[in-house]
Structures are given as C-alpha cells and as structure tokens.
Write a protein that binds this ligand. Structure first.
Ligand SMILES: [Zn+2]
Length: 270
C-alpha cells in the first residue's frame, strides 16, 4: 500500500457512477494526480466539501501496487466560497482549471506556480476589491491575460518579444505570430502570404505590457493598471497565443466568451 499526503487543488470532478467520482488534482509536489473518491457524491460523506471543484484541500491518497489512487481523507483549507457562487467568476476559474489539468503532469515541484494558480483563484474570488465602478470584468480580463502569459511561460514556450521570429532583426516589430511564438517584422510579413495562420498586428505598447508580465515575478505581476482598450488588445493576442501553443480551444473558453459578451442568459433561456 502506497500512501501520500499533499496539499491539492481540485481541478475537475467526473461522476463515475451513483456513488463515486474520478477527481483530477494539482499538487505542488506531484503535479497532476488522478484519484477515485468513493461515496463522495453523497452530501453526507465526510470528504464531500473538500472535493468540490476549486477546493484547495489537504488530501491523503492511497494506492495498491501502483494502481489508481483512492482518496482516503480530505480536509478543506480554502474552498473559495465567494468564487463558486458567481457565474462570471466560475467561468473564468473553470477555464483556468481546464488548462492546468492539461499541463499539470509536466509541472512537478513548482511551488511558485502552484501558489500563483491559488492566488489567481483568490483574486478572482475577491474581484470586487479591484473593480472599477462595480464592474469586475476588466479586472478579471486582466487576471486572465496574466494567467495565460505566465502559464505559457511555465510550459516552456515564452514568447520572443525582442527580435523578429523570421529574420532576427529588432526593428519594425509590428506583428505577432501565435504559432511561431513571437513578434515578426514588417519586412517579413509578406513571407506569411497564403499561410493558414497569419500574424496579427501588435504595437510597441502591447509588446511592453506582455514583456512586463513575462518578466515580473508572481507576486508583483498583478500590480499594474491598464486602459481597457489596451487590455482588450493584449487579451486577444495572449489568448490566441495560448490556444496556438496548447493546440486546444477549451469548451470552457467558448463559454467564457459568451459570459464576457454578456449573453450567457440568452443561452440558458433558449
Ligand atoms: Zn523579420
């Protein structure tokens, strides 16, 4: 019998049958952990509260002879209560959990990134503290851009922002190529004619902001202010970059687009 106990974030849960769930966790020590939680579909189960999505919990896992882990104990450290009761916040957080679930296997022993993910959830939960005129959306969009940039960096695909990815020159860097992972210059843009994925326009200010996020440490990265128009441009560039680099357009991202556009209620009515 192999037993491990580790602080874990519940990324996803999936019902296996009437009683049990298959749960995907992110742990700073082990990266991604997948485990069966028996009986936890019942509200009366002792571990029910600790095994909900977005819960940061102290979890003990056991496995027999290298088989799939089973959760034997779980206790909540933080359940991000004010996040889970708000459909806008939940939509952002679900997208983050989907990305982390896909990459966590490769992120073993990175305590700093783990804390950054928790901090992103915490700031999402408490978004009202940073809202302007009661509107939490601009702050949540800023958090999303930061999360996406820091996550592509942790995946090892940090964007090239100082030199053209095609010719290496450092002048007229007016485009960004999502698939090549960096800026491209005006002289090279003709080389992309006829290609499926064309670079998009980028300004010097966009590059500066993205570079600031790339280079800032996890603690100070959140503390910049940005005009909404600039933020929207940055959001579009970094989201496409993450989608290109993960080669995945998450269903949760599609839903998040509807939330940001403010039309999710229309969907639920139809
Ligand atoms: Zn070039």
């Amino acid at each position: 019998m192999n037993t491990i106990r580790t602080a874990s974030l519940v990324l996803k849960t999936c019902n296996m049958n009437d009683n049990d769930k298959l749960i995907t966790f992110f742990s700073p020590e082990y990266g991604r952990l997948t485990a069966i939680a028996k009986g936890v579909r019942s509200h009366k189960h002792k571990d029910f509260a600790a095994l909900q999505p977005f819960c940061f919990s102290d979890v003990t896992f056991t496995s027999k002879q290298g088989g799939l882990y089973t959760v034997s104990f779980a206790q909540v450290t933080n359940n991000f209560f004010d996040l889970r009761n708000d459909v806008i916040k939940v939509s952002f957080a679900t997208y983050y959990m989907d990305i982390v679930a896909d990459i966590a296997q490769e992120i073993v022993g990175d305590e700093d990134y783990f804390k950054f993910v928790l901090n992103t959830l915490y700031l999402t939960e408490k978004a009202e503290r940073n809202a302007e005129d009661g509107d939490i959306l601009p702050f949540l969009k800023k958090l999303k851009a930061i999360f996406e940039i820091k996550t592509v960096c942790v995946m090892g695909v940090m964007p090239e922002l100082g030199r053209c990815v095609s010719c290496g020159k450092d002048k007229k860097l007016d485009y960004f190529s999502h698939y090549e992972g960096g800026v491209a210059c005006s002289d090279c843009i003709g080389r992309y004619d006829g290609r499926e994925h064309l670079p998009v326009s980028i300004t010097e200010m966009d590059i500066k902001i993205i570079d600031y996020i790339v280079k800032s440490d996890y603690r100070s990265v959140f503390s910049f202010s940005i005009a909404e128009e600039l933020l929207n441009r940055i959001c579009a560039i970094v989201e496409r970059y993450l989608v290109a680099q993960t080669d995945t357009f998450y269903k949760s991202l599609g839903f998040l687009h509807k939330i940001i556009a403010g039309n999710y209620q229309n969907d639920s009515e139809n």
